[in-house]
Design a binder for this molecule. Sequence first.
Ligand SMILES: Nc1ncnc2c1ncn2[C@@H]1O[C@H](COP(=O)(O)OP(=O)(O)OP(=O)(O)O)[C@@H](O)[C@H]1O
Length: 270
Amino acid sequence: MTGRHSAADDPLAPTTYAWAVEASDLSVHAGHSLAVDRLDLRLRNGVHGLLGPNGAGKTTLMRAVATVLRPAAGRLTVLGHDVAHDDLRPVRRRLGYLPQEFGYYRNFTVREFVEYVAWLKELPAGTIPAAVQRAIDRVQLTDRADHRMKTLSGGMLRRAGIAQAIVNDPRILLLDEPTAGLDPDQRLDFRALLRDLGTDSCVLVSTHLVEDVAAACTDVSLIHTGQIVMTGTPKDLAAAGETAPGDPGDSAAERGYSALMRRHREATRP
Ligand SMILES: Nc1ncnc2c1ncn2[C@@H]1O[C@H](COP(=O)(O)OP(=O)(O)OP(=O)(O)O)[C@@H](O)[C@H]1O
């Protein structure tokens, strides 16, 4: 794996910025829609869940933090760099990103796919084989490492996607629907991996699965029509559910999510 440098020789050392991700009054377009609308968000290390209904703006926010989309207005800094104005290459080397749908050469093996991303992230050549092996092991694809991508199941593909996202030991890890297609055992293993990753990096996970958030996230932000509705801990979500037994959901956290979204819709109804 790549070694961590000291603050003195690393311009992206955490000591040089207060927040790993800081969005202030951020607006971002997706096509012609204003999908992120004057949003404020501040994230440090930890596992941050992003929950919201279809079309809420989760993917668009992720794409902006991944420096794929430019802000239309407001300010977004990632690892202390302003994504609208600064050189983003050092940031991109320190990012890991699992998009909802990711591209790959079908004939690549899992190892070749992850190696290719390691090379794109400019990892020192000598560190690549070990970094690739560790990433593949962490997502439990060890026995498939030399199988072609086209032969993997949907859940295995997702795990290969997670492996490429973590191969550079990223400071910021963006995972868009990472548990889609994983079987129950794999979801449990993945939650443990998330908690591990969040100890020394900033992980933002978009999901529809409230239970994943409750089990693996240090905090959660609810997003609706491009704005953050609420940020709190999974316990806050469950507590909101305890006081709203009539709202839909199979657990206190799910009922809390439903209740908070309902209250937000009622409060903002014209
Ligand atoms: N390429 C596009 N062109 C036009 N509108 C788009 C485009 N991509 C997204 N949108 C719109 O932007 C809004 C936010 O979409 P986004 O994909 O960010 O939401 P999401 O929360 O990730 O949704 P989901 O949970 O369904 O993945 C939606 O209203 C969507 O219709």
